[in-house]
Design a protein around this ligand. Sequence first.
Ligand SMILES: N[C@@H](CCC[C@H](N)C(=O)O)C(=O)O
Length: 281
Amino acid sequence: MGIEFTKYHGLGNDFILIDNRHSKDPLVSPEMAVQMCDRHFGIGADGVIFVLPGTPQTDYQMRIFNSDGSEPEMCGNGIRCLAQFIAQLEGTSESGKAYRIDTLAGVITPRLEEEEQVTVDMGPPQLQAAQIPTTLVTATEKVINQPLSVGGKSWLVTCVSMGNPHCITFVENVDEIPLEVIGPEFEHHAAFPQRTNTEFIEVVRPDYLKMRVWERGAGITLACGTGACATVVAGLLTHRSDRRCTVELPGGCLRIYWSETDGHVYMTGPAKRVFSGIYLP
Ligand SMILES: N[C@@H](CCC[C@H](N)C(=O)O)C(=O)O
């Protein structure tokens, strides 16, 4: 028996989307998700995303497995892909159409725009150490410019949760960071009991940031939506960036705005359908 899927990407952060609207349980196990994500023996992706039935308050539920089989709370590029996938399933492409999506990080609202763009109300960031979670400071304190020792070096880090954990470091030259070496050390550092996503940021201008990311459960990816949102929050908290920024990632640019009106972070970027198929386990 094959598994029907559609492949999408958001700035090269790529996902296998599965229509799971008829069941509350994901059709695929975490172990099978690992096989499907394998770039040599499977379809190849950074994660598998399921569209499940919603609750009375929401249209649908989103769940996601990372390429290592772990389950994150949220995925920014993924929810833009999910919105386009739902539009495909419903046979609509109506610009302005919004969906209320139940996630493990709460209700998130993506809205379809022209030309394959999606704007997402990502909700408010969470800043207390216990919410990240991290043991770097006491539970109710914020982690802003705190020293963290990784790879024999002290880094000044700022931690932000967008439902999932992010550890952000501002650097002079982001291209010189040996991501594949220090990324795993940040991810598995004892200060992060649920591991962490790690972003390295170069401030080109206060409204233009250049970012590279090591993702929890997926390693180096071409883009990370929650990471870009967390980065703009960290940039403002450390007086490095504006509320409204373009974040340049290896896969392209996201537009991020941390609203002073409602405290929510808004993300706009593309989501593109690549192909559909049947996976044969
Ligand atoms: N690429 C995603 C984040 C996916 C989840 C992440 N790997 C985690 O474990 O938290 C994004 O675009 O936000």
